[in-house]
Design a protein around this ligand. Structure first.
Ligand SMILES: [Zn+2]
Length: 105
């Protein structure tokens, strides 16, 4: 396969709205959940493909980061693929250990 149009810079969140194999936009979860829950609730009901948490410390301050990929399955060809890639960044920990600066008596 040719590597034309290959991009190296990752910009998040990133979504994929169709199957990377056959190009169909029909996905298992929206099709199977249809009628069971309101359409606007549909995106919240996506299974998580993977979730990964770590602490980043780029400038001395520690803060939590969570990477998450939501998945679905193409109903035309059965390919499992990520429909959304996300990165959540939490608040930096407070200096001095992260217990809010409280001292024990
Ligand atoms: Zn497909």
């Amino acid at each position: 396969m040719a590597e034309e149009g290959k991009k190296t810079k990752l910009v998040l969140p990133k979504t994929f709205d169709k199957c990377p194999h056959c190009g169909s936009a029909a996905r298992f979860c929206p099709e199977a959940l249809k009628g069971d829950i309101p359409a606007e609730e549909m995106e919240k009901e996506q299974p998580v493909l993977f979730s990964f948490e770590y602490n980043a410390q780029p400038s001395g301050r520690l803060y939590p980061v969570k990477l998450m990929a939501l998945m679905d399955v193409c109903v035309e060809c059965g390919t499992v693929y990520a429909i959304s890639l996300m990165r959540f960044v939490g608040r930096p920990a407070l200096p001095g250990g992260g217990n809010g600066g409280r001292r024990r008596p």
